[in-house]
Write a protein that binds this ligand. Structure first.
Ligand code: NDP
Length: 262
């Protein structure tokens, strides 16, 4: 039997065990997926080995540790600066980032995106900005504070709220946690509303509720999506990586989608 887990802090609300166990069961795989509360991220790999895991997902706040401590990392993980998937192969632990390709798969229905505005400059923003850029999208980043933009300004057009120049984009993405616990917008409405009025699509990485950002975009007739498909696809891609890309992703997706319907 193979064993997988998700590491995080907090981790009790993670939907990953339900998604993965449903797919493992439906695909007839002899494996179990559990959750591990990890307070000290520097112990991630020693804990992975002590538990004799075959693979793991890593969530907030340990994704940077996952990249740093793994034996090897994929190009996407290195460019994203973080990893959410660890796979044991030939006694080495390999790190991947499936958030970025999960996001790219989630925005397929929007069609070709030529220009995008990423709101936020955290780990998720970094992964999504690079994924869009790799797909020939011209990416602009706007963030509340200047400090975190230092990670972006060599490769992307970057602004703080006060120096931003309003214009329209094919896609606007909220990659901050603004709106997760309250009805705050990820940027002042004086900036956001005129940009939204000139744009086409809106995406929010927050997946389990309708945020103030998406409500504003919807009220202005943009085509909107929340982060549920991104979450689903990162899990589909992670499970396939656990099995050396030998599984049928359409079958995994069908199975995991059942959990979102519950
Ligand atoms: P971080 O905490 O690293 O994001 C921080 C960024 O958000 C910073 O740029 C910060 O700005 C900005 N920010 C935070 N609060 C506000 C606010 N109230 N107003 C404006 N800006 C704000 O988070 P992550 O990048 O790790 O994750 C971001 C979100 O993405 C989370 O909600 C997470 O749940 C979600 N997520 C969803 C996934 C999915 O599959 N759907 C996958 C991964 C993440 P500043 O620099 O000024 O502090």
């Amino acid at each position: 039997m193979q064993t997988f887990a998700v590491f995080g802090n907090p981790v009790e609300h993670s939907i990953s065990p339900r998604l993965h166990n449903k797919a493992l069961q439906d695909l007839g795989l002899d494996a179990l997926y559990t959750r591990v509360l990890l307070e000290d991220g520097s112990k991630l790999i020693s804990k992975f080995r002590a538990l004799k895991l075959d693979g793991a997902n890593v969530t907030v706040p340990h994704k940077e540790y996952a990249l740093k401590l793994a034996d090897e990392a994929s190009q996407i993980a290195m460019r994203s600066g973080s990893a959410n998937t660890l796979v044991l192969k030939n006694d080495k632990i390999l790190a991947y980032n499936t958030d970025a390709p999960g996001f790219m798969r989630a925005i397929v229905p929007f069609g070709k995106i030529k220009t995008a505005l990423i709101i936020g400059a955290g780990g998720t923003a970094k992964a999504l900005s690079h994924a869009l850029k790799d797909n020939d999208t011209e990416v602009t980043v706007i963030n509340r504070s200047k400090e975190r933009l230092a990670d972006f300004d060599k490769e992307f057009e970057c602004y703080c709220w006060d120096d931003f120049k309003v214009k329209g984009y094919d896609l606007i993405v909220n990659s901050t946690s603004a709106g997760l616990r309250d009805d705050s917008l990820p940027a002042p409405i004086e900036i956001l509303e005129p940009v939204i009025k000139q744009s086409n699509f809106a995406f929010d990485v927050i997946y389990n509720q309708s945020t103030a950002f998406l409500n504003l975009a919807q009220a202005n007739n943009l085509t909107c999506k929340n982060g549920a498909d991104m979450l689903l696809f990162q899990a589909v891609l992670a499970l396939n990586l656990f099995y050396d890309s030998s599984l049928d992703e359409a079958k995994i997706e069908k199975s995991m989608r059942e959990i979102f319907k519950l």
